[in-house]
Write a protein that binds this ligand. Structure first.
Ligand code: BTN
Length: 269
C-alpha cells in the first residue's frame, strides 16, 4: 500500500490541527534534513513530512538508517515548543513512548525501547527515533525541534542489508500481516500530537511510561564511550532520559545519550 495524503487524512479526525500540514514525498534524502530546511524557512509547529523512500536516512551518532522504497515508515515532524533546551532532554524518550502507542494501536503489538531511541521486538530493531534541536541564538530558546521516526514495515529478513540482517525486524516479520502504512502514519501523527501537548507539563509521567517500555533497565550492558568500553548494569533513567548504570565496583554513573551507545552483554539488546 503506497502512502497517500488523502488516505492518511481520512484516518485523522476531521479538522485535526495537523491534518492540513502533512507533506508526502516519494523520494527524499532525509525527512529530518528536509524538515530542518523547512523549519529554518519558517514552517509552523506541526508540519509533518513523510517519504516513501529516503536516499540518505540518518540515525543517531551519524549512523545510516536503511530506508528502501515502499517498505518502511519515514516520518518527521517540526515542533516549536518555545522553551529552553534543558526542558526537552526527554524528547527522544517521549517520542519513543508515543511511537509504541501508535504501533500498538495499528499492529496490535507493543514494541520495547532499547535506551535511548531504538524500538525493538524480541531483541531485534524495529525502528528508531532521531530528535534534533535548533536553538535561537538571540534568546537561547529552542527555535524548533525535529522528531524523525523510522519504522520497518514490510521487509522480510532477506530484504535487509547483510550487516543489519541479524538484528533487524519489521512489523510484517513480527505480525505476519502487511500493516497499512497510511493507517500507521495517521496513528503516529495523532500520537505525536498528543505527545506535543503534554511534553512540557507531564515530564514525570512520561518518563514513568518510558521506564515501563525500556527493555534496557535491569540488564547488563556495555557502555561504549569514545574508545572506552565499560560493563555495568542499567538500573534506572532519570527524568531527563539519562541512563543510570551501576558498575562492578559499585559506583553509579548517570550517562547522557550524547556520544554513548549501549549494547547488551550478549548481543544488540
Ligand atoms: C536511529 O536508528 O538511530 C534513528 C533512526 C531514525 C530514522 C528516521 S527515518 C525518518 C527520519 N529521517 C531521517 O533521516 N532519520 C529519521
Amino acid at each position: 500500500m503506497e502512502l497517500f495524503l488523502d488516505k492518511i487524512q481520512g484516518f485523522l479526525p476531521k479538522s485535526h490541527p495537523w491534518a492540513e500540514s502533512i507533506l508526502c514525498f516519494d523520494t527524499i534524502d532525509s525527512t529530518n534534513t528536509h524538515a530542518k530546511a523547512l523549519a529554518s524557512a519558517g514552517a509552523p509547529h506541526g508540519t509533518v513530512l513523510l517519504a516513501n523512500h529516503q536516499t540518505g536516512g540518518r540515525g543517531r551518532l551519524g549512523r545510516r538508517f536503511h530506508s528502501p522504497a515502499g517498505s518502511g515508515m519515514y516520518l518527521s515532524v517540526i515542533l516549536r515548543p518555545n522553551c529552553p533546551p534543558a526542558e526537552l532532554m526527554h524528547l527522544t524518550c517521549a517520542a519513543g513512548c508515543a511511537m509504541c502507542d501508535a504501533v500498538e494501536e495499528t499492529a496490535g503489538i507493543r514494541p520495547g525501547i532499547k535506551w535511548i531511541n531504538d524500538l525493538v521486538w524480541n531483541k531485534q530493531k524495529l525502528g528508531g527515533i532521531l530528535a534534533e534541536l535548533s536553538i535561537n541564538p538571540n534568546n537561547g530558546l529552542v527555535d524548533y525541534a525535529i522528531v524523525g521516526i523510522g519504522i520497518n514495515c514490510t521487509q522480510k529478513t532477506a530484504d535487509f542489508p547483510s550487516e543489519i540482517r541479524e538484528i533487524a525486524t519489521s512489523l510484517h516479520m513480527i505480525t505476519g500481516r502487511i500493516i497499512d502504512r497510511n493507517r500507521l502514519a495517521a496513528a503516529m501523527i495523532l500520537s505525536l500530537f498528543r505527545m506535543s501537548e503534554t511534553l512540557l507539563r507531564e515530564k514525570h509521567a512520561i518518563m514513568a511510561h518510558y521506564r515501563a517500555d525500556c527493555v534496557t533497565l535491569g540488564k547488563e550492558v556495555c557502555v561504549h564511550r569514545f574508545d572506552e568500553i565499560c560493563h555495568g548494569t542499567a538500573v534506572n533513567t532519570d527524568d531527563d532520559g539519562a541512563l543510570v548504570v551501576r558498575f562492578a565496583d559499585g559506583h553509579h554513573e548517570t550517562i547522557s545519550a550524547g556520544e554513548v551507545s549501549i549494547r547488551g552483554m550478549y548481543g544488540y539488546v
